[in-house]
Every structure is written in structure tokens, then in C-alpha cells.
Design a protein around this ligand. Structure first.
Ligand code: AMP
Ligand code: MN
Ligand code: MN
Length: 325
């Protein structure tokens, strides 16, 4: 199936991605925008996304993003088609109203926890990233260096530079085609994935230092509170990567990182090394994600939150043990 066949008659197209956009989200909304601009030069195409981290300034035409939702979202606007990428409707934030009202809604995602929220749902959990999925929906003859680079950014972010288990042989074939367009991919990897500001490194160091292991070292947890965020003048996007640093501790099956979003409320990120299905746990608390990477928001004290999660992690680890016997 090619996405253009669904959009040829649309005069107005809206595109949106999830709140606190990550690399795959920014890459997919911008990759789709660049592609559709080329295919449908007459159409009005608006892209709504919270302001991404500065590392994504290298994405071509990133300034088209409408990020000031109070100003940019006109609730009376009705798009012919609205596409929600890398999420379900609830995670569109303030843009959900526009999506809900559109003439036709298309949901493109790779989260196993997403049952699909569109008139057309293209949900493929075996894809590493929404960017990889989009590549399959594009006409290969119409790709160019800008589109290739943008999709590649999303792929490196969701696969941890092709090292997480969501990397398939096909993922690498797609990446191989994308780098053939000639953009400077080693630089892109360093500047958008590995590079950290001094503050980001300090806050990661602190989170690692204060981490606690439980369930016989199979679980590790750490937290950054609002006071610490203020002290470092850090934003949520400065905390990316901490949970993965926790996950690689020897013996750990499941890593949890959380930061305080409001008094007694935390954004929780979970990562698993395979024996725990963290998507299943995140869904129980109103979130979602993938088997090895998922998230949710939780209320209560830090210790309540750990206790609530650990019950489910322990249960899964026990089931796994029993299966082995
Ligand atoms: P994070 O821990 O925020 O990096 O998220 C890990 C994965 O779970 C990503 O693929 C997210 O898109 C997904 N995810 C995180 N939080 C939620 C949520 N509240 N609802 C659904 N999916 C989520
Ligand atoms: Mn995402
Ligand atoms: Mn994704």
C-alpha cells in the first residue's frame, strides 16, 4: 500500500505526533511533510508538534512546525485528512480535537499497545520505528536526500543506532538505502544521538548515582524531582538516555526511570532486557509502548510508584522462572 493513494484528493492535510516528541516522532512527521510537499505541491499541509529538542534543528524545513498550540490550533479548522503518527489520538495532546474533527483520520504507528484510532489504521508493531514504516509507504523513486536523512534520524533514535532488538534485517536494508543518498550520517548520529550537554551529563550522573536496585538486582530505579530539574534548569528532553544507562547495569532485567511532572505525579519510563513485558505493565497504568520500552504517568509518592510497578514486574519474573522449570 502507498500512502499517496489515500491522500491524492485531499486539499487540506494535517499531521500530528505525540506530546514530548522523540526522534522517531519528529522524523516521521517531518519525513511525511517533506514527502507530501513534493507529491502534492498544491495541498495545504500543516504539521502540529510540540517544540522538539534543539538537536533536531538539523531536520530540513523544521520551522514549518506549529508548536504554539494556543495560537496555532484553530478549533474550527476541519482538515480533509489528518494523520496521527507514532501514537494514538490521546497522545496528540491539544491537537486531538483537530484530529477528531477531520474528514478522514489516518493512524500510522508501530506501538503494540495502540489498537488504532483512525478510519484507516496502519499499525505495524514489528517495525522498528514509524520512520521505517513510512519508508515502506513511500514511492522509492520519489525519495531524496532531505527525506532520507529525516527518516534515518527517526530510525537511529528508536533503535538506539540499530542495536535494540527492534532492529530487523529489513531495518538495516532500509537504513542502507537511506544512507545511499549521501548525507553525513556519522555526524548525524553523533550530533543527534550521542552528544550530551554538560548539564545533561551531570543530571544523568546524578540519576545513576542515586539509583536503587531491588528484586535481587533484577530491577533498578531512579528519579529526578522538580527541585533538581530547576537546579540544573533541565527540561524533560534533557533526561533522554538515562533509562537506557540504567538498563545496561549487569543483572538488570527491568529499568525504571521517572521524573516529577507535578507534586506527587511522575512520568515513568521503563526498559526491559526481554524477560519482562513493560508495555503490559504501562498499559495497566494508562500508558503504553513496546515490549522492551514503555511509559506511563503515575500519581503518588516515589515509593508508592515503585511498589505499584514492582508487584507486576515480580509477577512476570516469577512466571518466567516457573516456565523454565
Ligand atoms: P519513553 O519511556 O517515554 O521513552 O517511552 C518508551 C516508549 O513507550 C515509546 O515508544 C513511547 O512512545 C511509549 N510511551 C511512553 N509513554 C507512553 C504513554 N503514556 N502512552 C503510550 N505510550 C507511551
Ligand atoms: Mn515516539
Ligand atoms: Mn516510535
Amino acid at each position: 500500500m502507498k500512502i499517496i493513494e489515500e491522500l491524492r484528493d485531499a486539499k487540506t492535510i494535517g499531521i500530528g505526533g505525540h506530546i514530548r516528541p522523540d526522534g522517531d516522532c519528529v522524523g516521521s512527521v517531518m519525513g511525511l511533510y517533506l514527502y507530501l510537499k513534493k507529491e502534492l505541491p498544491e495541498a495545504q499541509i500543516d504539521v502540529y508538534l510540540e517544540r522538539p529538542a534543539d538537536i533536531f534543528r538539523c531536520i530540513p524545513k523544521i520551522d514549518v512546525l506549529k508548536s504554539d498550540f494556543e495560537k496555532d490550533v484553530r478549533p474550527d479548522k476541519i482538515y480533509d485528512v489528518f494523520l496521527a503518527l507514532d501514537c494514538n489520538a490521546e497522545r496528540l495532546g491539544d491537537v486531538e480535537t483537530l484530529y477528531g474533527k477531520a474528514g478522514r483520520r489516518i493512524n500510522i504507528d508501530h506501538h503494540i499497545s495502540n489498537p488504532g484510532c483512525g478510519d484507516l489504521n496502519i499499525i505495524e508493531p514489528e517495525k522498528s520505528s514509524t520512520c521505517e514504516l513510512l519508508y515502506e509507504l513511500f514511492d522509492k523513486e520519489r525519495l531524496d536526500e532531505e527525506i532520507a536523512k529525516t527518516l534515518y534520524i527517526g530510525m537511529i533514535h528508536d533503535t538506539g543506532v540499530f542495536k535494540y532488538s527492534n532492529t530487523s534485517p529489513r531495518t538495516l536494508q532500509v537504513a542502507s538505502d537511506l544512507i545511499s543518498y549521501g548525507f553525513d550520517f556519522p555526524r548525524l548520529i553523533d550530533e543527534t544521538f550521542y552528544e550530551k550537554t554538560y548539564i545533561q551529563n551531570q543530571i544523568m550522573g546524578r540519576a545513576v548515582l542515586e539509583s536503587i536496585r531491588f528484586l535481587d538486582g533484577k530491577c533498578i530505579v531512579s528519579m529526578v524531582d522538580r527541585k533538581t530539574m530547576r537546579f540544573y534548569q533541565a527540561e524533560p528532553k534533557d533526561l533522554d538516555g538515562i533509562v537506557n544507562q540504567l538498563r545496561i547495569v549487569k543483572g538488570v532485567e527491568c529499568a525504571i526511570f521517572m521524573y516529577e511532572v507535578a507534586p506527587m505525579e511522575y512520568k515513568v519510563s521503563m526498559r526491559s532486557n526481554g524477560n519482562v513485558d513493560v508495555a503490559e505493565i504501562a498499559v495497566k497504568f494508562g500508558g503504553g509502548g513496546h515490549v522492551r520500552a514503555a511509559g506511563c504517568n503515575m500519581k503518588g509518592t516515589y515509593y508508592d510508584t515503585i511498589n505499584n510497578l514492582s508487584v507486576h514486574i515480580e509477577e512476570q519474573l516469577k512466571d518466567k522462572e516457573n516456565c523454565k522449570r
